[in-house]
Design a binder for this molecule. Structure first.
Ligand code: MLT
Length: 302
């Protein structure tokens, strides 16, 4: 019997997947495995019994990787399992930012008690005009599972798409639409893109990569999307770019405090992977990886 500690709510299909030889619980002093979604494990004392951690999601920045490496604890993630869910929200985000949809919705609510609200809409709606995405250029930074899906979906919406990824895998290249232009120099992407979307992990090489210098290389009126990690951007520089008009909108899946009330920011509460389909896919992949490691010593995807 293996004990698996769940640090977050994980789709019940994971429990079914583990089967009768596993005890999946919310509290346990000596677990062999930990299943985690977004909870930060950085301050956690890692139990001596722990053999593996499975992250139901792509990013592993909530896991103390150095400590795990020292103790020989295997860490798995579930790349690709939530890619479609994230891609759909990125496309929605691109339209939200462009067409001022969230501002329009908020304004509509202020008309709740106005008996002439339909007339007010007729008069006031001109403040919410925003451009179509058709024919515009999207720059996709990071062509992993999510970036490739976003690039292909944007092509289907008649956008020009430029991609940048210094570590482009053969598999990603095979799945990428042949109409996506890849560049070796990220500055070329910044110079041409009307929309820039980030699909890469946060690490020492990428933390704070979108700062004032980078933004200066982008087109005037650029629209930035960040559904990857908050730490990729310097929020004070985003704020300054929005206030000066250099950046037209910043759509983000993170509720960054100092940006929430800035005009042009659309913030979503980390919903990229929040669909039943994606939660099931992540739970299944995480449980299968953990089981295969604990029972057979196989390491996939760590
Ligand atoms: C991810 O890294 O894939 C996401 O953070 C998943 C999640 O929302 O839990």
């Amino acid at each position: 019997m293996y004990n698996i500690l769940k640090l977050n709510k994980i789709a019940p299909v994971a429990i079914e997947r583990f089967g009768a030889d596993y005890n999946c619980v919310d509290e346990c002093d000596a677990p062999e495995g930990i299943l985690v979604r977004s909870a930060s494990m950085h301050d956690m004392e890692l139990p001596e019994s722990l053999l593996a951690i499975a992250r139901a999601g792509a990013g592993v920045n909530n896991i103390p990787l150095d400590k795990c490496a020292e103790k020989g604890i295997c860490v798995f993630n579930t790349p690709g399992a939530n890619a479609n869910a994230v891609m759909e929200l990125v496309i929605a985000g691109m339209l939200l930012g462009s067409r001022k949809i969230s501002e329009g919705i908020a304004w509509c609510k202020t008309l709740k008690d106005d008996p002439n609200n339909l007339k007010a809409v007729e008069k006031g709606k001109s403040q919410f005009v925003g451009p179509e995405i058709k024919g515009k250029t999207l720059g996709v930074v990071g062509l992993g599972a999510i970036g490739v899906l976003v690039a292909n979906a944007a092509r289907a919406l008649h956008m020009h798409v430029i991609g940048y990824d210094p570590y482009l895998s053969v598999n990603a290249a095979l799945h990428l639409s042949r109409h996506v232009v890849t560049v070796n120099n990220i500055d070329e992407l910044y110079a041409q893109a009307d929309y820039v979307t980030l699909h890469l992990p946060v690490n020492d090489g990428t933390r704070g990569m979108i700062d004032a210098d980078t933004i200066a290389k982008m087109k005037d009126g650029v629209r930035l999307l960040n559904f990857s990690r908050d730490g990729l951007v310097v929020s004070s520089d985003i704020k300054a770019a929005l206030e000066s008009g250099k950046m037209a909108s910043y759509v983000t899946d993170f509720a960054t405090n100092d940006l929430l009330d800035v005009d042009g920011v659309v913030a979503i509460p980390h919903l990229g992977a929040s669909t039943p389909e994606s939660e099931d896919n992540c739970a299944i992949m995480a449980a299968d990886e953990m089981k295969d490691y604990l029972e057979n010593g196989n390491i996939k995807n760590s």
